[in-house]
Every structure is written in C-alpha cells, then in structure tokens.
Design a protein around this ligand. Structure first.
Ligand SMILES: *Cc1c(COP(=O)(O)O)cnc(C)c1O
Length: 354
C-alpha cells in the first residue's frame, strides 16, 4: 500500500494561508507574462535560447563551467548520483538527507549506490563525524565515492551550513578523492541568509543545483551545474531518463524571472519566519526551533494540545501546515505576508487555549 496524501478534513474551507510548503506558490502575473514572452525552440536539440540563457546565467552565478535545465530537483540529485557513482559505491550524507528519505530510493534503484547515514544536529554533520565514517580501502568495504550535503538542510529546520563546516567536510572529501555534490534545493535561502555569494559558498562542490519551485515561485524546473565534462555526462542521463524537453523555454523564462524578482525578497520570508517563531515562543509549552531561513519547526509539547489536533484545527480555518516526524513545519514563501503571520499566531493561540 502506497500512502496517498490525506484529503482535507470534512467541512474544511479552501486554504487561505498556505504554510504547508514553499512548493505550493502560484506563478505571479509578472512571471506568467515572462513565460508568454519567452523565445522558445527544441530544447532536446539544443535550440531553445531561453534555456541557454538560464543555464549560462546559472553557471555564472554558481561559478561552474556549465549547467543543465531539468524538470525537478529530484532529477538533479539522481543524475548527479548516476554521474558521480558506480554500482556498489557508497555516498556519505546526513541521515535526514532528502536523497535518503524522500526520493523513492533512486540512488539504490537506478544507480546501485548505498548511502552511509551520518548523524548530527540540524541536518548537518561535522568533520569529526565524517572522518569516523571513512572505510578502509579493502576488497570487503564498499568504495566510498561521493559526499553529499544539503544547503539549506530541510529536515534540519532550514539550517544554513556554516562556511567553515562546509569547507572542513569538503577538505576530507578532497583528501579521500571523493566527488562532492550539494543538494541546493534552497541554496538561495542560504545565500541570502548568510550573505555569502553563491559561487563562493559552493566553490568546493563538483556539482550543485538550485530548485526554482522552492520559494522562488516558478511552476517547475531546477538547474544542475558543474564542470563541462560533468554536464556532458549529466546530459546523457537526462536523455536516458526522459528529462530532455522540447519548448522548455516557456518554463526557463519563469526561472529567469524568478532570479530577477524573487531572490532578494527571500529575506522577507526569513523575517516572517523569525516573527512566527518569536510569537510561538510566547505561547507557554510551545517548543520552537530557532529558524535560520524560511522553515519553522515547532511542537506544542507542553501546550495542552496534540500536534495533529492543532494542525487540523488550523486547517478548519483555512490555514495549512505540515507534519514531519511528529513536529509541525511552517514554511514561509512569497505567497505568505506578514499580516498572515499575525493571523496564524492568533489562530494558534485560540486553538491552544480552547
Ligand atoms: C524538494 C527537495 C528536493 C526535490 O526537489 P523536487 O523539485 O521536489 O523534485 C530535493 N532536496 C531537498 C532538500 C528538497 O527540499
């Protein structure tokens, strides 16, 4: 039996305040205009000028030689793994990594690779933990070939890896001869939050990608970047997996629009996340994780209401949150305004006091 997302409870009104995910944004009128105006061609044949413009711009932004446009972040991860690893290889990643928990086991199903799950607070691990996971190079041990990190760490609460920690784990990978891959689904949240240029932040990574559907407002699309050689191989996998597209410029146009209009404003989402966490903290018994970026994880542990019951009570008022492993997650994005945060806090206070 495969789990199907639950339908809204009976009698629930339409969602007015969507804190469920930064993937549920709708393309804005300006973005739709940019899509309508995009020059298009056959992307699979290398003839789509808007896709080329997006890939060139992303390669420059990330300080890499080349980039490829893909339909989703999941395809970026699986293509990176297929390109970096051989069957039997081991990938080193955090135990809560998206590649391990949320991609249907593609690393195993398609690449024949296994993941060594590393522990550490907030979706990150330190150099010492990584060093302890190095296997001897014997005929018995699986060859370790890839270090993977998430920036920001999703289940880690949207945490930003401190640059020194990133540099330290990359240094171990280099010393061991492993490739390095960054799952940058929310990379620009880290870039805006830490105020470090993207190219500098990802300099130690052989491959890195950005999702345009996570808080950047685009309807689909992600861009994977790396060396020319890496991208040439990635393109072969894109073709094999059926990810080569046709008039994809209509979507690349949305991504270019997102780069122009929706990156700097991520700071507003971070401010809204802080405001939400401050308000939650004032509710007795509420356990709140301090947000680095746009995700706020909290638990009403001592507030006299069960997490699931609180989520349901809010949903009945048109406010949607998600539950992840017993914790509640609020996700801030461009369709959530500051007054909506006040309204959400008021609704939570009412539900808790009932
Ligand atoms: C959403 C997400 C992905 C997958 O991206 P899709 O575009 O949904 O396929 C991968 N990694 C992280 C950390 C994510 O949050």
């Amino acid at each position: 039996m495969v789990h199907v997302p639950a339908r809204p409870p009976a009698g629930a009104p339409p969602v007015r305040i969507n804190l469920y995910s930064d993937t549920q944004t709708r393309p804005s009128p300006g973005m739709k205009e940019a899509m309508m105006a995009a020059e298009v061609g056959d992307e699979q044949h290398g003839d789509d000028p808007t896709v080329h413009a997006l890939c060139d711009r992303m390669a420059a932004l990330l300080g890499k030689q080349a980039a490829v446009f893909l339909p989703s972040g999941t395809m970026c991860n699986v293509i990176a793994i297929l390109t970096h690893c051989r069957p039997g290889d081991e990938i080193l990643a955090h135990e809560t990594a998206h590649i391990l928990s949320s991609e249907g086991g593609t690393h195993a199903a398609l690449a024949g690779a296994q993941i060594h799950p590393l522990q550490g607070a907030r979706g990150m691990f330190d150099a010492e933990t990584l060093r302890a996971a190095i296997r001897p190079r014997t005929r018995h041990a699986p060859p370790q070939s890839l270090l993977e990190v998430e920036q920001t760490a999703n289940i880690g609460g949207g945490a930003i890896w401190p640059q020194a920690e990133l540099d330290a784990v990359v240094a171990i990978a280099r010393e061991q001869g492993w490739a390095t891959h960054m799952d940058g689904a929310r990379l620009m949240n880290a870039v805006v939050g830490a105020d470090i240029p993207a190219a500098e932040m990802v300099a130690g990574f052989d491959s890195v990608w950005l999702d345009f559907t996570k808080g950047l407002g685009a309807p689909l699309g992600a861009v994977l970047a790396g060396s020319q050689e890496f991208i040439d191989t990635a393109w072969r996998w894109k073709q094999r997996l059926g990810g080569a597209m046709r008039q994809a410029g209509i979507c690349a146009g949305a991504c270019l629009y997102a780069l122009d209009h929706n990156v700097d404003r991520l700071a507003d989402d971070h401010a809204n996340a802080k405001a939400l966490s401050r308000g939650l903290r004032q509710i007795p018994g509420m356990v709140v994780e301090e947000p680095d970026t746009n995700l706020v994880f909290f638990e009403p542990s001592g507030a006299g209401i069960e997490a699931g019951a609180l989520v349901k009570a809010l949903r009945l008022q048109g406010i949607q949150l998600s539950m992840l492993g017993g914790r509640i997650r609020a996700c801030l994005h461009l369709d959530v305004s500051a007054p909506m945060i006040d309204e959400t806090l008021a609704a939570i206070r009412t539900a808790v006091n009932r």
